[in-house]
Ligand binder design. Sequence first.
Ligand code: C2E
Ligand code: MG
Ligand code: MG
Ligand code: MG
Length: 280
Amino acid sequence: HGKNTRRGLLSLFDHAFERALQQRLSVAQELRYSIERGELEVYFQPQHCLQTQSLMGAEALLRWRRAGQLVSPIEFIEAAESTGLIVPLGAWVLETACHEQQRWWRETGQRLTVAVNVSMRQLIDPHFLDQVDQALQKTGITPEDLELEITESMMMEDPAALQQLIAGLRDRGIKVAMDDFGTGYSSLSHLQQLPLDKLKIDRAFISGLEQHKEDRLLVEMMINLGHMLGHIVIAEGVETQEQQQILCELGCDRVQGYFYSPPLAAEAWQAYLLAHAQPE
Ligand code: C2E
Ligand code: MG
Ligand code: MG
Ligand code: MG
């Protein structure tokens, strides 16, 4: 009796496992055609200067319109990375984002920085820098107006190789930001050796700013550390006026989050841009 139950449970597990696997495979399979089917979109989320409230730039965030439903990268980035699809997808995002930045400048006179997320899998691709050069060339974006966001976890794999890659980007004038800072346990000596422009404090610390003293202390430390290393410090996931106020008191440079705006589709972004336009 007991044996049968166990077998029953096992086959139930097998089933669930198989279904999950099947689902991941089908995600990857559909994702493969998402570019040519025109199902991918880039959303933009504004980044503001905390002191002046000026609009400084935007982060490009990938969206997939899968069978009419808008899907966030959390749902498919892993599949894209494990299959290597992130390489062509990432190239598409990069080129689209640069192209849009140029269009904003042309159509509204606003010259903003555009930030693009880059996965480890893209960075280690031998053609990564060629892809970047191609995007620069095709779109005509000024390299100084492009920022690439990498994460701390990338540093742990091969710090020397990462350092070299970042130097290659910096040689071109491109800016580099450390995304989700504070979650990756990178050593301070590695951090000090990386020629970064920006630290992006992870939103996990921002959400606790009002309630938790420890989070406030950690954020203060990260801001001071960033400044000591000569970097601009930006907080992501700012949702309330109070968080914004605390960040201001702690000397943070820039902010991004729902308090200002969620990521916006191209048209809504254009409207946001016009509403926050600076005199030229
Ligand atoms: P990330 O780069 O840390 O991006 C910030 C995420 O936080 C975005 O989620 C954004 O929509 C969300 N967010 C922004 N403000 C707030 C806020 O105030 N509150 C809350 N709760 N969330 C906020 P999204 O767009 O779902 O992207 C998730 C992650 O997927 C990104 O995290 C990034 O790591 C990755 N990703 C997005 N687009 C790309 C891409 O084009 N290429 C690569 N390689 N990764 C991407
Ligand atoms: Mg990011
Ligand atoms: Mg982030
Ligand atoms: Mg994050």
